[in-house]
Design a protein around this ligand. Sequence first.
Ligand code: GTP
Ligand code: MG
Length: 195
Amino acid sequence: MKITSSEYSVSAVREDQYPRDVLPEIALAGRSNVGKSSLINSFLNRKNLARTSSQPGKTQTLNFYKVNDSFYLVDVPGYGYAKVSKKQREQFGEMIQDYLETRANLEGLIIIIDARHEPTTDDIAMYNYALLLDLPILVVTTKMDKLKKSQYNKVQSNLRKHLDLNHDNVTVLTYSSETKLHLAELNKWIEDKIS
Ligand code: GTP
Ligand code: MG
């Protein structure tokens, strides 16, 4: 799929703020600072459409980006950020769960994990929760550019150690927003889910 247009559409914290034009949506979830917003920018070939930061906790609302006037990418606030209050964490959780569990036009979920580390407790919880949603899931290990080639094999085994990837609806992809490693595969997966 060729990306011909992309625009920020709306930010939402509850259902009545979601876009009204019901198009297919693909959501991105992952730990704070893992690189969700960066993946959106690299995928769309935009430098700063989704706001990124070296400080975790940048994205605090569901941010909808309209692509090719035909589908939405939904940037979801990161989990596992210690500095937000317990109350805020619970509100984040509720906002994300409401969206993931009720949005009928949600066609796929991309779970982003840092390629350099084993999945965290939060990553494992997110993944196991996602399995219950009965959606196509793409597990993306990002920041691959920070690894040496000799460490590539370890990425898959780290994942398998903690996540049961043996499901028909689950695909795994290594990625880098810097080098755009496997951008074509990411594009293909998304294209497939929205059509
Ligand atoms: P929150 O919105 O806080 O949840 O974070 P996020 O998951 O959206 O992360 P974001 O895209 O803001 O990226 C966090 C930091 O990681 C930034 O400093 C990015 O430049 C960096 N980063 C993201 N992806 C990559 C990557 O593939 N390679 C490298 N080297 N750095 C990356
Ligand atoms: Mg972000």
